[in-house]
Design a protein around this ligand. Structure first.
Ligand code: MTE
Ligand code: MO
Length: 384
């Protein structure tokens, strides 16, 4: 069994698939922590978890003038400054289940919690490439940086992805070869000993168990870069889809969802108000600037309080423009409307480019069920 060496997992995780292991935390606990504890951070594996010996580990780098570089874990840790960022990872398939309700899509039936937030520490990819000869000649030809995992399928094909070279090399890109998550060694499920963290970019490009980096004029040839993780029109079906016709997803669109109260629960009229909580995040380093909440299906709106750390009294300093990699948690007490017997609670976020979320799912439905970011709606009863 290729899955015989899987790590043990936290029992609270809601399992979507066991082999490979895919799981998300219950939505109700997701917003309890600004920094998601690693044990409940969502886990998305396409293949068995490779168990890597840190002494034998080598990171190979190709495509630089000096030839192939081979770097040990201790060299990666000692030769380059350690840089720490707080960044949210979201799977392209987060909230796919809402697309399935419109019409069947292909993919894991994620709820709203295929997204989590952590601190990541490691070497800047930029520093590593510069130190091994990245310069104007390479920059003139190369357009992408490809990543290969040490996890392989039965044919020996590794998980792979790529990101644009300008993201990888930008001083403001904050792309890390991360060896720590939340202040500890990366857990096996999250890429031990090294993963690339590409903040602001879809989870799929944040390659875990990183074995190889290739600076190239081409995107990764992997299935996941070429024939998956792309968006299409609601009118495109499996008979007509041409994966070459759409770009690979990189930066994700604005997103928000309600973590509390839960669908189908009830609120007491005598409380006078309902407390609504959730998360909001946008891709590409765009900062969430506002979250609007409605309890009447979107007729009237209220502005939620945003939170940027685990201690409400000590908000994090605002991120530099274009480098808002971390989510915001939000909360608001909304008066319960007088005669309402049921509340349709809705949230939508706005980012620093004034992008906001579409109001319904149908117009953004797509056959792979990715990029699901419509207004999130939760219905609750009002009990007298
Ligand atoms: N990297 C490797 N090597 N293998 C994988 O299966 N899954 C990708 C990405 N990196 C994957 C990978 C996908 S689709 C996502 S959403 C994120 O890892 C999930 O990261 P997490 O498990 O740390 O939450
Ligand atoms: Mo993903």
């Amino acid at each position: 069994d290729p899955y015989s060496a899987e790590p043990t997992r936290h029992p609270a995780l809601q399992i979507n698939s066991l082999k490979p292991f895919n799981a998300e935390p219950p939505a109700s606990i997701l917003s309890d922590n600004y920094i998601t504890p690693s044990v409940i951070f969502f886990k998305r594996n396409h293949l068995p978890v490779p168990r890597v010996d840190p002494e034998a580990y080598r990171l190979e780098i190709e495509g630089l003038p000096g030839g192939v570089v081979s770097l040990s874990l201790s060299e990666l840790k000692s030769r380059f400054p350690k840089h720490t960022i707080t960044a949210t990872l979201q799977c392209a398939g987060n909230r796919r289940s809402e697309m399935n309700e419109v019409k069947q899509v292909k993919g894991l039936n994620w709820g709203i919690a295929a997204i989590s937030n952590a601190t990541w520490s490691g070497a800047r990819l930029r520093d590593v490439l510069l130190s091994y000869g990245f310069g104007p000649e390479v920059a003139a030809k190369a357009k992408h940086v490809q990543f290969e995992g040490l996890d392989k399928d039965v044919t020996g094909t590794a998980y792979g992805a790529s990101v644009p070279l300008n993201k990888a090399m930008s001083e403001e890109g904050d792309v890390l070869l991360a060896y720590e998550m939340n202040g500890e060694d990366l857990p096996p499920d999250h890429g031990y000993p090294v993963r690339v963290v590409v903040p602001g970019v879809v989870g799929a490009r944040n390659v875990k168990w990183l074995g190889k980096i290739v600076v190239s004029d081409e995107e990764s040839k992997s299935h996941w870069q070429q024939n998956d993780y792309k968006g299409f029109s609601p009118g495109t079906d499996w008979d007509t889809v041409d994966f070459k016709s759409a770009p690979a997803i990189q930066e994700l669109p604005i997103q928000s969802a309600i973590t509390h109260p839960a669908e189908g629960t009830s609120v007491d009229r005598s409380d006078g108000e309902v407390t609504v909580k959730g998360y909001a995040w946008s891709g590409g380093g765009r900062e969430v600037v506002r979250v609007d909440v409605s309890v009447d299906g979107g007729k009237t709106w209220h502005v939620a309080q945003l939170r940027t750390s685990d201690q409400e009294q000590h908000p994090a300093p605002p991120p530099p423009p274009g480098r808002a990699w971390a989510w915001k948690l939000w909360e608001i007490d909304v008066p319960i409307p007088q005669r309402a017997q049921e509340l349709e609670i809705v949230c939508k976020a706005v980012d620093s480019s004034y992008n906001t979320q579409p109001d319904t799912v149908a117009p953004i439905w797509n056959l792979r069920g990715v990029l699901s970011n419509a207004w999130h709606r939760v219905k609750v009863k009002v009990s007298e």
